[in-house]
Ligand binder design. Structure first.
Ligand code: ARG
Length: 467
């Protein structure tokens, strides 16, 4: 099959093995809708500057849309001899329109065409990721009221540390996901730049209007240097990073919930629609979706590495290596989108095991730091002294097999004579939570303030869902 990119300079047909080696149609067919969108805008611009007639432009647009429908309906024939999606669409256009079809590629090259298509594709994909992140934030947020009075142990080093209200946990994930959304927005800004019309690398002698194309494709900017933008894949690498960090955040959450759903923790019951069984052990309810969310982050992080290594040795401008950017790019987006899609209903469908959590809550001396701070602030004891003293009290309580609140008055007073019964008002996990004061802490009023802040962010000022 004749490929439009093979000019009269060649005296031999392409070796079949080269076709197989160089094809990208197996993965870049995903770009078909954006390729058609870009080509129609390009044709309209060519008509505007008088390179195409209005009628030619119309014929091209109508035929491109037809081709788009055929691809969508899976009735369009693909052939590796035509290398990529751009060649497929252009060949079909020429087959149907003859010389009119042969005019479409005026003033552009596949280099700027590919770059434009990926920018359009990434821009849409980033918007889908943003919607997925918002959806997951809302799932965490929606748990806050129902779990408002649940106290969980907070951990450092995975050792019991201080008590934390359950909504404080949920909103911690909202914060991480909000930073992810910020990175998606930043990345979108640098993606939303028009590369079409820089032609192969140097621009063109034809009187094209790049600003007109950019406007038609709703790009916010026109790339200022043809040489730079024909090689630029920064936005691809950047989106792979943004996705890697999202994947890493999802992985940490998944790990936490895998632990929480074990018999050992027994904090959480996962919804059964999101669990799988074992082929041999009939009692098993496995958290495979969470495990794969954790596992798939490896792929996404690997793709980022792939892309950085891919670009690091390339001289300006286009090099064929750049074709290898698409498999990792597509897979990163598709993987993270899937993870987000499953995470939201999983977060919504899980139930906290209130009894199980409460049963063990007084274990682990979660109120020890509160007691230390009480000694500092109420009794004027220096921090290091108070730290040592409470450590000794914890040791004593451990030996007696009791909590700090259960220590007899003599034991407290033996540690420090100023201690009296009043100290019990801050001991015990519930009192310890209520004793918190600082901004952003797990103090109930602070958590309430956070909840209201998030209601505004996630649902608009009136609490109505954002569009
Ligand atoms: N299939 C190629 C890619 O995806 C198209 C660009 C080819 N450009 C070229 N000058 N050979 O990158």
């Amino acid at each position: 099959m004749a490929t439009p990119s093979r000019s009269g300079v060649f005296s031999q047909a392409t070796d079949r093995r080269v076709e197989r080696f160089t094809e990208s149609i197996s993965f870049d067919r995903r770009l078909y809708a954006h390729d058609i969108q870009g080509s129609i805008a390009h044709a309209q611009m060519l008509a505007k500057v008088g390179i195409l007639t209005a009628e030619e432009c119309e014929q091209i647009s109508v035929t491109l849309k037809q081709i788009g429908k055929e691809i969508e309906n899976d009735i369009f024939p693909f052939n590796i001899a035509l290398e990529d999606i751009h060649m497929h669409i252009e060949s079909a256009l020429i087959e149907r329109l003859g010389d009119v079809g042969r005019k479409l590629h005026t003033g552009r090259s596949r280099n700027d065409q590919v770059a434009t298509d990926i920018r359009l594709w990434v821009r849409d994909a980033l918007d889908r990721i943003d919607a997925g992140l918002l959806n997951l934030q809302r799932a965490f947020f929606e748990r806050c009221e129902a779990d408002a009075d649940v106290i969980l142990p907070g951990y450092t080093h995975l050792q019991r540390a201080q008590p934390v209200l359950a909504p404080h946990y949920w909103l911690a994930y909202c914060e991480k996901l909000e930073r992810d959304r910020g990175r998606v927005r930043d990345c979108r800004r640098r993606t939303n730049v028009c590369s079409l019309g820089v032609a192969a690398l140097a621009g063109t002698t034809l009187p094209i209007d790049r600003h007109d194309v950019a406007e038609r494709l709703q790009f916010a900017e026109v790339a200022a240097n043809s040489l730079d933008v024909s090689s630029d894949r920064d936005f691809v690498v950047e989106s792979a990073f943004v996705l890697s960090l999202i994947a890493a955040h999802l992985s940490t959450w998944a790990e936490e919930w895998i632990l929480w759903s074990t018999v050992e923790f027994n904090f959480l019951k996962l919804p059964h629609q999101f669990c799988t069984g074992s082929s041999i052990m009939p009692q098993k309810i496995n958290p495979d979706v969470l495990e794969l969310t954790r596992g798939k982050s490896a792929r996404v992080i690997g793709h980022l590495q792939h892309l950085l290594v891919l670009i690091k040795g390339l001289p300006l401008a286009y090099n064929r290596d750049l074709q290898e950017d698409k498999p990792p790019l597509f897979d990163s987006f598709e993987t993270v989108e899937l993870c987000l899609e499953l995470a939201a209903p999983l977060v919504a469908g899980a139930t906290l095991n209130r009894e199980g959590i409460a049963e063990k809550l007084e274990k682990g001396y979660l109120d020890a730091t509160t007691l230390m701070e009480y000694l500092i602030f109420q009794k004027g004891i220096a921090q290091r002294t108070a730290h040592h003293l409470v450590g000794a009290l914890v040791k004593d309580a451990m030996q007696r097999g009791v909590s700090l609140a259960e220590l007899p008055l003599e034991a407290l007073q033996a540690a420090h004579p100023d201690l009296d019964e009043n100290v019990r008002s801050i001991l015990g996990v519930k009192n310890a939570v209520e004793a918190f004061k600082s901004y952003g802490s797990t103090a109930p009023v602070e958590v309430r303030r956070q909840i209201e802040r998030w209601r505004g962010i996630l649902y608009g000022q009136e609490g109505l869902p954002l569009g």
